[in-house]
Design a binder for this molecule. Sequence first.
Ligand code: UDP
Ligand code: MG
Length: 320
Amino acid sequence: MKDILYLVVPCYNEEEALPYSSEKLLEKLNALISSEKVSSESRIVLVDDGSRDQTWALISSLCTGDNSLFCGVKLSRNRGHQNALLAGLDYARSRCDMAVSLDADLQDDIDAIDGFVEKYYEGCDIVYGVRSSRATDTAFKRGTAGAFYKFMTAMGAEVVDNHADYRLMSRRALNHLFDFGEVNLFLRGIVPQIGYPTAKVYYERHERVAGDSKYPLKKMLAFAFEGITSFSVRPIKFIWGAGALLAVLSAVVMLLLALLLIWFEISGLWFVALTVLLALGINLIAIGVVGEYIGKIYLETKHRPRFIVERTLPDSDTRQ
Ligand code: UDP
Ligand code: MG
């Protein structure tokens, strides 16, 4: 008897991509089942992250029928990709032996799943999908993503290079994922903390099958900031260092300026005004970064739920 695989797919306004991707995913799962790599009880979990289009209607129709391999989880509102993924993994973990998370636009090559499953049977609890090339992404996306991984590492957050949220996790790794109760969720940083035997599988990244990216630059920046401040206190240390450096530098400059004023009788007013503004600016940035951490502590102490499930399909599952 082979193990049960669940494919977990967060979907936000994916009515354009879903008809195609659901078909492809179903083909993949059927192929895995018929080649006896995974159990016939394996499923595809589509999580509707509070979409405003026809996404849930599409998911519902996929879930109907006696032999449907699809399940649906509808969140009560939009909670963002990370929380939607977590909701799907939560649904999957009591039902599966391993779960693979992937995006609805199928940018991540689904043929890599065979490799994931192989590694799982070899004893790996976590298998990371790593992009071997990003040729199909725009130069801008490639550049910003490259800078993102470098910056993350420099800031002290441990992430796997060129790995997004395309990965396989065994049931026990999933259960431990839920021991990390943080509200400020950055899965890419948490998963390496779990430990257990891990492996990497390389794949090519494709273009989105349909629809537009739901990650504009603004969201990407917010995500990077979330990642850094959730995993590292290094920025606070930098501020301390920058403050000390600034204090020493300004002391030296002031001494020089005093000498200049004595010798040349120039007006130091502009210089003074600029120095004050600079110091004020740096001060505000410092307070802002520290404030960001306090804000995180504030949110964590509230213990608010990370997602609320409104409905699950098939219907028999709704009585929780
Ligand atoms: N997504 C989500 N909630 C959101 C934004 C995105 O569930 O608030 C899903 C989206 O449907 C997709 C995945 O997260 O399956 C990745 O989003 P997208 O492909 O737009 O990001 P990109 O690949 O451009 O970084
Ligand atoms: Mg995408």
